[in-house]
Design a protein around this ligand. Structure first.
Ligand SMILES: C[S@@+](CC[C@H](N)C(=O)[O-])C[C@H]1O[C@@H](n2cnc3c(N)ncnc32)[C@H](O)[C@@H]1O
Length: 333
């Protein structure tokens, strides 16, 4: 007989079943575009990411940024004051600290509170679940492992459980790492009228957009980030001497009429590499740039313009004085 006190139940969506993950993995190497979900996959990677997040994230290091989150959560707790049942769905929950803080604002003995920490990484979904349970042992916590980019059916799965609950979806620190044209249709589809979406974005500080991005570049171009991003390549058998990681600021034209930029990290191949992954030939030539990671830097106006195209409306927002990070309260139009 299984002692349930020693086990956690985790829901794994089919988007993260091993065959699918392995196909995505092979494709990443063949197309020279590493799907960023593979930077969080293993325990080693998630621990490296948590360490660099601790070192560089304004949400960890700036009291002013922490305050913006608290102000948002205070407002949400007012909006949800009369709800009898709330479901918090943490999309890309990471280490779960922001979701946990939100839960502490929502917790109230007369409410039924359920938390779904959802992440592509099992390790991070469990870390978030455990933190929430330690803080609020009485709430229901159901960790979910899922690749949001391959989970169009996710909404129907949650709706089936939802009943009369107020759905509060968090999407903290996520929007910068996805192509807006890929993730926003999925996110918009996930929401129905009456749901609350909370999002945060890394911003470009100040009035000079490009100058602001240059100012935050050292938060990315540093040894902890290089070490984290190299892990997938080293694990695949690539030698550090085969190339180097370069960071640059790139323009993006996927949203027409909007000057949107991102910080991009690529592996610049110095020495041609040819190897076989599961019978598939992978060839990287000298001079190739292998896409590793990007982070869009928004301003609140730019974010509003992008979201509107997907029927998502910012109802309220909070920025810290240095404009490093913005937190947004959003509803579906
Ligand atoms: C920048 S972190 C943000 C974490 C957390 N929300 C926070 O604000 O601290 C990005 C998170 O998204 C997760 N992630 C990346 N790609 C994903 C995908 N395709 N589907 C679901 N989660 C993903 C990563 O594992 C990681 O936890």
């Amino acid at each position: 007989m299984i002692d349930l006190n020693r086990f956690d139940q985790v829901y794994v969506h089919q988007s993260q079943f091993p065959e699918k993950v392995y196909q995505d993995y092979l494709e990443s190497f063949q197309t020279k575009k590493i799907n960023h979900k593979f930077h969080y996959d293993s325990v080693k990677q998630s621990q490296k990411w948590l360490k660099l997040h601790q070192a560089y994230s304004p949400a960890k290091n700036s009291d002013a940024v922490v305050l913006t989150y608290s102000q948002c959560f205070q407002k949400v707790s007012t909006i949800a004051a009369n709800d009898l049942s709330i479901e918090v769905i943490g999309l890309g929950c990471g280490g779960g600290d922001k979701d946990r803080e939100l839960l502490s604002f929502l917790e109230n003995k007369s409410k039924a509170l359920t938390y779904y920490p959802l992440d592509v990484s099992l390790s991070l979904a469990l870390i978030s679940a455990h933190k929430a349970k330690r803080l609020l042992p009485e709430i229901a916590v159901w960790p979910v492992v899922c690749d949001l980019l391959s989970a169009d059916d996710l909404i129907s799965n949650f709706s089936a459980n939802q009943g009369e609950s107020h759905k509060i979806i968090t999407f903290f620190g996520m929007i910068p790492n996805f192509l807006p044209t890929e993730i926003l249709p999925i996110l918009s589809n996930f929401l129905t009228a009456g749901d609350t979406l909370l999002m945060s974005a890394n911003l470009a500080p100040g009035k000079d957009y490009l100058g602001g991005i240059e100012q935050v570049l050292p938060q990315y171009d540093n040894e902890l980030t290089r070490d984290w991003l190299m892990t997938i390549l080293l694990d695949a058998g690539i030698n550090p001497a085969d190339g180097e990681i370069k960071f640059e600021i790139q323009g993006d034209s996927t949203i027409s009429g909007l000057d949107l930029k991102r910080i991009n990290a690529s592996f610049q191949v110095r020495k041609s590499i040819h190897w076989t992954l599961d019978g598939r030939s992978v060839e990287w030539q000298e001079g190739d740039q292998v896409q590793l990671f990007f982070s869009y830097r928004y301003t609140s106006n730019r974010l509003q313009a992008v979201l509107q195209q997907y029927r998502l409306n910012i109802l309220d927002y909070w920025e810290d004085d240095n404009q490093e990070e913005g937190v947004y309260l959003i509803a579906k139009i």
